[in-house]
Design a protein around this ligand. Sequence first.
Ligand code: ZN
Length: 170
Amino acid sequence: MASKINVKVGETPFEIAQQFLGSAPVDLLGMADALGIDVNMHADMCDPQASGSIRRLPNGRYFIEVNGNDFDLRRRFTLAHELAHYILHRDIIDQRALVDDAMWRSGAGEQIEYQANRMAADLLMPAGLVRTLWNAGVENVSVIARTFQASEAAARIRLEQLGLLPPAWV
Ligand SMILES: [Zn+2]
């Protein structure tokens, strides 16, 4: 008999996240909710330069804070970055928050931040969806950026990563 619940017992966070990558803009808050993560998108950060943070609460749930002073698209990227930390690195996140600075570096190490940024790009602009749109004729950085609620700079980098645009610096 088919189950009516969307989140099935035993599904990994990665599998849960993937269910949100089929439509643009990706519902990152819905993803956080499905993962059981509480989110404050308008946080008053202890360090005003911090982009965001993630910590484990005493009750075992996780909590993401995003700097409320940042502009919308930047906060959206920060949320994706912190969700990526949860999906990839929750085993190293404890009750002391992992806090990302203005460049999304936390002191957890370069490799950790590189992984989080790569996955954040995947969550914001899923490769399959971007390619589908591009191949359907939406070959316009501004339109792609608006569709995914990303900055034009981020959209350009993503299109370069996916080989749809030539690298700007060549
Ligand atoms: Zn980070």
